[in-house]
Each structure stands twice: as structure tokens, then as C-alpha cells.
Ligand binder design. Structure first.
Ligand SMILES: Nc1ncnc2c1ncn2[C@@H]1O[C@H](COP(=O)(O)OP(=O)(O)OP(=O)(O)O)[C@@H](O)[C@H]1O
Length: 955
């Protein structure tokens, strides 16, 4: 791995509950207006406050004028209060856990801004670090790594995720089946977290392993693959937890799995398992383990873990829980043990069943040890305590193998790029650890941190040197505290602690006690090694970050990191291919040395970087800045028209400072020299201020006196004026009072008059209203009477009219009947006369005919006599014509009479013919009609009045 050009230190928690109080790593800092008090275990230290720094703090701590621990912490606290969680220290980023979501800090817009931006141009940000790493990789073609370190819960994992997101943004590539590599790495997180994370005191989801995510890039800077490497899984947690922590999440998830799963693995309440019930914490706030179980299964699906493999994984997890419940009792032989009771045997059988191995072999593997000597094979029994140790060792081994299997599976699922030229690695590893009891794990972690520290020292030192070279200053005598001696103590070959440990592991008779004694002997004169009094197995190392006492008790076993041969044989023989796959047969005994391939640092590392700066020339100012600030110390130098560099040198000499350096453009000051100059500057400025103050005070006092006198005169005249005003006011008030009284009296009199008047009016109104109402009632009654009368009269008139009408009609009918009868009689007589005429006519016709015949007869008889009687005939003819005329007349009359008779018959009764009559009493009728009209129409019949009567009406 190429040395990292950039580092991220995830800082310790800083809580600023009160703006003036910060708590950092167990030390309380009280920040007053003038100075910073640090309450440490060694008592109280007081530091001057950095008055140069802006109230919101500086974004790069190298800009602080005073580089001391409280100043640095105060700066972080001030920034934290403004939600500025990132701060630079040179090119190191310090991130402070905000304990709240700050989405605006990580959105695409933010990524866009940091893309390609100059380092330091924008506010400190994790994206800026990733950007520098990426650009360096692209420009120089070198791999880079970013170190994320800090104590548990500081936010390393979150920071790592942000880095990954940004790097994926820069080098994004669509991955297999549409999922990007970054997505695949993130999708694998739930699986890793379920098996590698646990609740600790500081973090509910604490990663209990170190993680190195390697993003592989192709020549175009596109992500072409990724790998996740894990380190130092906290194996001891599988068997041992303390309240209120939890074991790995997967155990609780499985206990909360659906009933059929629990039944299959014979699981129950987590409280019933020894590996879980050592702590009272079973559930996590806001986390549903059943949901998490299903989410983990889903994530396993995504990662490509088959159904059978998932089943086997959870079977192994269940087996570990049952394994933990196997208890041992003393056996009959000395130093031997047996399975304690039926309950333990049940768990033993269940474990064997789940691991698909022989129950008897499991029992033997737990309580016996086989020792192979050149001569013979000896089987040694284990006492109950050793058997428990054996049981726990098996549980830890199985679990760590399971975890490694998962990591391998995830890596093969994400896919590697064997042709990748460059990588960017992100290392997420815990920082320096010091607990009450520290074991081999802490030793390894702290060793890792020592390594980082050395790397870090060299790195910062190198940068300092570069700056000094650039400025051409003499730097040969710069010292810095090196931790090489600690590293020598731990890793030197031969003779270091690790070498001695490896040596001890190789001797079968070695115990932790002999190992500790060896250490005491070897390092009795080493400044970094301390033997604690009254202890036979612990030792203390003076690390760069402080002293840590380690318990050597389990160092040998843990260092060996070997799988007990019996356990190996047992599980290799498992009928379950998954389980046997976790324990492939060993080719041969492998070296047991610990493998540490990475480094970490923590916050106090950061301070070391500052201390290194202090060891050199921590304060540097350009000539202009220096003269601008400290010119007041030597005004004559400023007036002397010297070159800036010479002027700076003269001022420094005048102040009697030694050891400073003048570069090409800057003045380099030793630690503390800036403070000294500041103090002198403050003194000079103070003296000047005092003179100015004196003059100003005199001026102010005189000005105040004149103003006071002027004010007194003005006050007096005002006061007199006020008295006169008061007198006038009194007089005015009296007059006003009289006026008011007068008006008041008139007002009351008028009010009472108006009241009486209004009462009288009211009374009158009432009475008048009463009279009017009576009158109105009377008129109303009268009107009603008139209406009734009118109705009555109309009724009488109507009745009378009806009777008259009826009489008229009767009279008319009688008269008409009489006339008609007379007519009829005449007609009948006429008819009878017509018959007689007709008879006479007929007779006459017969007579004519007879005469005609007689004429014709006589014509013949009297032909001769014709001439004689011509005259007589002519006479006769005349008589005949006359008679014919009479006949015609008679006929005509008959016809007329017939016509008249026919008409008479037609007109004969019952038909009554209306004959217009002359109305003599029209006025009377009209008046009646008018009256009837006025009396309102009662019925429609009455509206239509016959105004013409057929006969003379006599009333
Ligand atoms: N940048 C951040 N923004 C918001 N919340 C954060 C951030 N960093 C950390 N946190 C919060 O702090 C919690 C702990 O962070 P994280 O798990 O990253 O710590 P860690 O240093 O990895 O701890 P451990 O070493 O125990 O795994 C997170 O669950 C999250 O709630």
C-alpha cells in the first residue's frame, strides 16, 4: 500500500451542553472570557485564550496562534456549536459526531461543489479528502488510502460510507445487473453489521471489527471492482459480554425469527442462553429484531448467499448458542470433567445435531485434549474450568470462521478487478484503546496505532521539512518525539514483545506466567516498559498516547490463534458441507504470528501532529503580516525605510529573541515566541492606550462640566416656566371647573326635562294610540256591518228578481201557448178549406173535362152548328178562361195556405218563440244590476244578467 497522502481522524465526542463547557475525553474545559481552564486529573491548568481566533473558530487549526490542547479543543467546540463538524489540521480532517442527520452536508449539490475544488478552498469536508485522494490517484497514477480512525461511536463507519459515496460519485460505473460497485458494497453492509456489529456502551451499532474497503479503479479512473477486508473481529464478545452491552446482533435476530425457524433450531427466549444472558440488555430502542432478521435474509439474497447457505449460517449461529449452554461438572478422576446434567446434555446433542457432527465426538473434543509426543499419543482430561475454556474457544472459532466466510462471499459477489492499476482504500479501524482490563486485542490495536503514529510523524515531519526547504531556512536542529522506541519494544526482531510471545507459543510448557517473567527480565531497563507492582502477569507499555496495562493471561492462547486440533477434526468431519467447509483440513501448522496490515490513529494523534509542529517553528507569518502586527514594537524601524526582511530581523533582535528563522517570504518563530511578542505588543499598546485614555478623560470631564452648567441654567429657566405654567394651569382649571359645573347643572336640568317630556309624549302617544285603535275598531265593525247589509240586500234583490223572472217566463209561456193554439186552429181551418177547394177544383176539372168531352162531342154533333154557334162557343171559352183564372187563383191561395199551414205546424208548441219586448223598467233593472255588481259576484250565473226581456215587464 502506498503511503497515504491524506488522513481523516474521526475525533472524540465533544458535547457542548453549555457554551462555556466542553467535555472531551474525560477532561473538562471551562472557557471563560479571558482564558481556558483545563481540569485534568493532575489539577487545573490555565491557558490564555486565543484572542486572535474568530468567535466561530478557525477551519484549520494551524491558523491558531496558540497551539495547545485546550485551545484546539475550544476551537472544535466553537465550531461544533455552529454545526461545523469538520475541521482541518493541515491536511488532516477532524470530524466530530454531530449525533443528528445533516443531509445538506452530503447531498449531490455538495458533491458537485467539492468535485475538483482546491483543497482548503471550501469549508473542511470529508468529500474534500476523498477528492484529493482521487485527484492524486488520477494525476500521479498512485494508489491512495484514507484512514478513518477514532474511538467507538465517533462516526468512523458513517464517515467511511460518505467517502465511498463520494468516490463512487467521482468514479461511478454501472455495475453488474444495474447495481454499482458502491451499491453492492453498501448492500453487503446489513450482512456484515448483523454478524460483526453489536451494541456497546457508546454505540448501539458498533462495528466490532476493523474494515478496509478497497475500491479498484481502471485506467480511466472508473471503479472496476471492490473488496472488503476485515481485521481483528472481537471474538471474545461471542462468549463474554458485560452489562449493558449485547452480543453480536445475529444472535438476537435469530431468537426473534419466525416461530418455525426458532422451532427448527430449538431456540427460545434469548434470556435462556448463557452467551446472551450475561447482560440485561436484549432489545435495542427503535429496532425490531424480527424485522432485522428478515432484512438480513433479504440482504443475504442480494449478496448471493443461497437459501441452503443461509439456513446453514443460522444453524451454526444457533449451534453456538446451544454450545454456550453446555455446562461441566467435576469428573470422577482428578482434573477431569463431565457434562453437568440432562439440560447440558440436551444442548450438547442439539449442538451436535445442528453442526451435523457426532455428539460423542463433540463431548470428547470439549473435555479431552490429545497430546502427540514423539513417543506416544496421550489423552489428557480437562477440569470443568478448562472445559468451559475449550467450549468458548470452539464457539469463538466457529463464529470467526463464519464471519470470514461471509466476508469472502461478499467479496466474490462484488467482484474484483485483477487488472486494476490503482486503488483507493478506506480503512475504518478503532483508535487507541485503554480499558480497565486490556488483553491481546487491545495490545494489537494499540500496536497498530503506534505504527500509524510513526507513519504519521514521518509524514507531518516531512511536510514541515518541505516548507522549511522552500523557505530556505536552517532546520537541521529540529527535534520531534519519535515513537520508534515503543515500536522497537513491541515488534523488534529478535527481542521484541511479539517475538518473545511467538517464542513462548512454540514451547509447549510455556504459560502466561513464564511469558510475563520473560518480559520483565528482558525489558527491566526499557523506559517504555513498566512492571506493575504486586502483579505477576500484567505489564504496562508507555504508548505515545499514554500508559496501558495489559493482562498477559490469555496472550499465548490468543496469539496462537490456532484451532484446537480436536475441534478442527470434529468440524472437518461434519456431515454438513457448509460447516466442514469452514474448517478445511490444515496442510500443516502455520505460523501463528499476528497479522496486522493496516494502521489507525485517533484524536490524540492529532495533538501529536500539533506537538510536532511546536517542536519546529509552529508559528510563521509573512513579512507583511509580521510588520503589520509587531511594527508597534519598534516604530523607529518602521520609519527607517528598511527592506521588510531586514525590518523583521531588526524588530526580532530588538526584542531579544533567539532561535527564530527568517525565510524567503516568512518569519518562522519557535513555540512560545509568538506569545512573547504578543505580550510585548500588548504592553506597548497598553502604555499608549493609557496616555490616550488620560487625554480623553480630561477632555471628557471638561466637556461634561460645561455641559452641566449649561444644563443647570436651562433647567432653572425651565423650572420657572414650569411654575408659571402650573399657576396658570390652576386658574385655568378653576374657570374650567365653574364652566363644567354650569354645564353640568344645565345638563342635569335638561336631562330631567327631557325625561319628563319624553314620558308625557310617551303617555300621549299611548292614549292617542288607544283612541285611534278604538276608532279603527269601530270603523272596521261598521264596514263589516255594511258589507253584511249589502250581502243581505243583494240576497233579497236576487230573490225578488228571480221570482219576477219566473213569473214573466210563466206569463210568456201562457201567452205564447194561447197564440199558438189560435194559430193552430186557423191553420187547421185553412187546411180544411183547402181540401174543399181542391174537391171543388177536382169537381171543376172533372166538369171541365166533361165539358171538354161534351164540347168535343157536341163539336161533332154540332159541327155544323159551329158556325152558328161560334159565337156562343167563343163566349163559352171566355167563360172557361175566367173560370181557369179563378181556379189558378184558388190554387195559388191553396198553395199559400198550405205553406202557411206548414209553417204553423212547424212553429206550433212546444216551441216558444222569443219575441223582443220593449222594456219599460230598464232603469230599475240597471240599478238592480249595478247593485248586484257592487255586492260582489257570488256565482258566475249572476254575472251574466239578461238585460232584455221578451215582454213588457210591469213592476
Ligand atoms: N456524519 C454523521 N452524521 C450523522 N450522524 C452521525 C455521523 N457520524 C456518526 N453519526 C451517528 O453516530 C453513530 C455512531 O457512528 P458510527 O457507527 O459510524 O461510529 P463508529 O466510530 O463506526 O463506531 P464503532 O467503532 O463503535 O463502530 C451513528 O449510528 C450515527 O447515528
Amino acid at each position: 500500500m502506498v503511503a497515504a497522502p491524506v488522513n481523516i481522524i474521526v475525533g472524540s465526542h465533544v458535547w457542548v451542553e453549555h457554551p462555556e463547557l466542553a467535555w472531551v475525553d474525560g477532561e473538562v474545559f471551562k472557557i471563560s472570557a479571558e482564558e481556558v481552564h483545563v481540569h485534568t486529573t493532575n489539577g487545573q491548568t490555565v491557558f490564555p485564550k486565543d484572542t486572535e481566533a474568530p468567535p466561530g473558530g478557525v477551519d484549520d487549526m494551524t491558523k491558531l496562534s496558540y497551539l495547545h490542547e485546550p485551545g484546539v479543543l475550544h476551537n472544535l467546540a466553537a465550531r461544533y456549536e455552529l454545526n461545523e463538524i469538520y475541521t482541518y489540521t493541515g491536511n488532516i480532517l477532524i470530524a466530530i459526531n454531530p449525533f443528528q442527520r445533516l443531509p445538506h452536508l452530503y447531498d449531490t449539490h455538495m458533491m458537485e461543489q467539492y468535485k475538483g475544488a482546491q483543497f482548503g478552498e471550501l469549508s473542511p469536508h470529508v468529500f474534500a479528502i476523498a477528492d484529493v485522494a482521487y485527484r492524486a490517484m488520477i494525476n500521479e497514477g498512485k494508489s491512495n488510502s484514507i484512514l478513518v480512525s477514532g474511538e467507538s461511536g465517533a462516526g468512523k463507519t458513517e464517515t467511511t460510507k460518505m467517502l465511498m459515496r463520494y468516490l463512487a460519485y467521482l468514479g461511478g460505473r454501472s455495475g453488474v445487473e444495474g447495481r454499482t460497485v458502491e451499491q453492492q458494497v453498501l448492500e453487503s453492509n446489513p450482512v456484515l453489521e448483523a454478524f460483526g456489529n453489536a451494541k456497546t456502551v457508546r454505540n448501539n451499532n458498533s462495528s466490532r471489527f476493523g474494515k478496509f474497503v478497497e475500491l479498484q479503479f481502471d485506467k480511466n479512473g472508473r471503479i472496476s471492482g471492490a473488496a472488503v477486508r476485515t481485521y481483528l473481529l472481537e471474538r471474545s464478545r461471542v462468549c463474554q459480554i458485560s452489562d449493558p452491552e449485547r452480543n453480536y446482533h445475529c444472535f438476537y435476530l435469530l431468537c426473534a425469527a419466525p416461530p418455525e425457524v426458532r422451532e427448527k433450531f430449538k431456540l427460545g427466549d434469548p434470556k435462556s442462553f448463557h452467551y446472551l444472558n450475561q447482560s440485561n440488555c436484549y432489545a435495542l430502542d427503535g429496532v425490531d429484531d424480527t424485522e432485522e432478521y428478515l432484512a438480513t435474509r433479504r440482504a443475504m439474497d442480494i449478496v448471493g448467499i443461497s437459501e441452503e447457505e443461509q439456513d446453514a449460517i443460522f444453524r451454526v449461529v444457533a449451534a453456538i448458542l446451544h454450545l454456550g449452554n453446555i455446562e461441566f461438572a467435576k469428573g470422577e478422576e482428578a482434573d477431569s470433567s463431565v457434562i453437568k446434567d440432562e439440560k447440558s446434555r440436551f444442548h450438547l446433542n442439539t449442538t451436535a445435531e445442528l453442526l451435523k457432527c457426532d455428539a460423542k465426538s463433540l463431548e470428547d473434543a470439549l473435555i479431552n485434549r490429545v497430546m502427540v509426543t514423539p513417543e506416544e499419543v496421550i489423552t489428557r482430561t480437562l477440569d470443568p474450568v478448562a472445559a468451559v475454556g475449550s467450549r468458548d474457544a470452539l464457539a469463538k472459532t466457529v463464529y470467526s470462521r463464519l464471519f470470514d466466510w461471509l466476508v469472502d462471499k461478499i467479496n466474490s459477489s462484488i467482484g474484483q478487478d485483477p487488472n486494476s492499476r490503482t486503488i483507493i482504500g478506506v480503512l475504518d479501524i478503532y483508535g487507541f484503546e485503554s480499558f480497565k482490563l486490556n488483553s491481546f486485542e487491545q495490545f494489537c490495536i494499540n500496536f497498530t496505532n503506534e505504527k500509524l503514529q510513526q507513519h504519521f510523524n514521518q509524514h507531518v515531519f516531512k511536510m514541515e521539512q518541505e516548507e522549511y526547504t522552500k523557505e530556505e531556512i536552517n532546520w537541521s536542529y529540529i527535534e520531534f518525539v519519535d515513537n520508534q522506541d515503543v515500536l522497537d519494544l513491541i515488534e523488534k526482531k529478535p527481542g521484541g514483545i511479539i517475538a518473545l510471545l511467538d517464542e513462548a507459543c512454540m514451547f509447549p510448557k510455556s504459560t502466561h506466567e513464564t511469558f510475563a517473567q520473560k518480559l520483565y527480565q528482558t525489558f527491566k531497563s526499557n523506559k517504555r516498559f513498566i512492571k506493575p507492582k504486586l502483579s505477576r502477569t500484567s505489564f504496562t507499555i508507555s504508548h505515545y498516547a499514554g500508559e496501558v496495562t495489559y493482562l498477559a493471561d490469555l496472550f499465548l492462547d490468543k496469539n496462537k490463534d490456532y484451532v484446537v486440533a480436536e475441534h478442527q477434526v470434529l468440524l472437518t468431519a461434519s456431515k454438513c458441507p457448509f460447516v466442514s467447509g469452514l474448517f478445511p483440513p490444515l496442510p500443516e501448522e502455520s505460523s501463528k504470528s499476528s497479522k496486522f496490515s493496516s494502521i489507525g490513529s485517533r484524536f490524540k494523534g492529532v495533538l501529536e501532529a500539533i506537538r510536532i509542529s511546536c517542536a519546529g517553528y509552529p508559528t510563521r507569518r509573512t513579512f507583511y503580516e509580521f510588520l503589520h502586527r509587531f511594527g508597534v514594537l519598534a516604530p523607529d524601524v518602521l520609519d527607517g525605510n528598511y527592506d521588510d526582511k531586514v525590518a523583521c530581523e531588526k524588530i526580532l533582535d530588538k526584542m531579544g529573541l533567539k532561535g527564530y528563522q527568517i525565510g524567503k517570504t516568512k518569519v518562522f518563530l519557535r513555540a512560545g515566541q509568538m506569545a512573547e511578542l504578543d505580550a510585548r505588543r500588548a504592553e506597548v499598546l497598553g502604555n499608549a492606550a493609557r496616555i490616550i485614555q488620560r487625554q480623553i478623560r480630561t477632555y471628557i470631564a471638561r466637556k461634561e462640566f460645561i455641559a452641566l452648567r449649561k444644563a443647570a441654567i436651562v433647567l432653572q429657566s425651565y423650572w420657572r416656566g414650569i411654575l408659571a405654567c402650573k399657576l396658570y394651569e390652576q386658574l385655568r382649571r378653576e374657570a374650567a371647573a365653574l364652566k363644567i359645573q354650569k354645564n353640568f347643572h344645565s345638563y342635569t336640568a335638561r336631562t330631567s326635562y327631557l325625561t319628563a317630556r319624553s314620558s308625557a309624549i310617551q303617555l300621549q302617544t299611548g292614549l292617542r294610540a288607544m283612541v285611534a285603535r278604538n276608532e279603527f275598531r269601530f270603523r272596521k265593525q261598521t264596514k263589516a256591518a255594511i258589507i253584511i247589509e249589502a250581502y243581505l240586500r243583494r240576497h233579497i234583490a236576487c230573490s225578488y228578481y228571480k221570482s219576477l223572472k219566473k213569473a214573466a217566463v210563466i206569463t210568456q209561456c201562457g201567452w205564447r201557448r194561447r197564440v199558438a193554439r189560435r194559430e193552430l186552429r186557423n191553420l187547421k181551418m185553412a187546411a180544411r178549406e183547402t181540401g174543399a177547394l181542391k174537391e171543388a177544383k177536382d169537381k171543376l176539372e172533372k166538369h171541365v173535362e166533361e165539358l171538354t168531352w161534351r164540347l168535343q162531342f157536341e163539336k161533332q154533333l154540332r159541327t155544323n152548328l159551329e158556325e152558328e154557334k161560334a159565337q156562343e162557343i167563343a163566349k163559352l171559352q171566355d167563360a172557361l178562361q175566367a173560370m181557369q183564372l179563378q181556379v189558378e187563383e184558388a190554387n195559388f191561395r191553396i198553395l199559400k195556405e198550405q205553406e202557411a199551414a206548414r209553417k204553423a205546424i212547424e212553429e206550433a208548441p212546444p216551441i216558444v218563440k222569443e219575441t223582443p219586448v220593449i222594456v219599460h223598467d230598464t232603469e230599475k233593472i240597471e240599478s238592480l244590476t249595478a247593485e248586484v255588481d257592487s255586492l260582489k259576484v257570488c256565482t258566475l250565473n249572476w254575472v251574466i244578467i239578461i238585460v232584455k226581456l221578451p215582454f213588457d215587464l210591469q213592476v
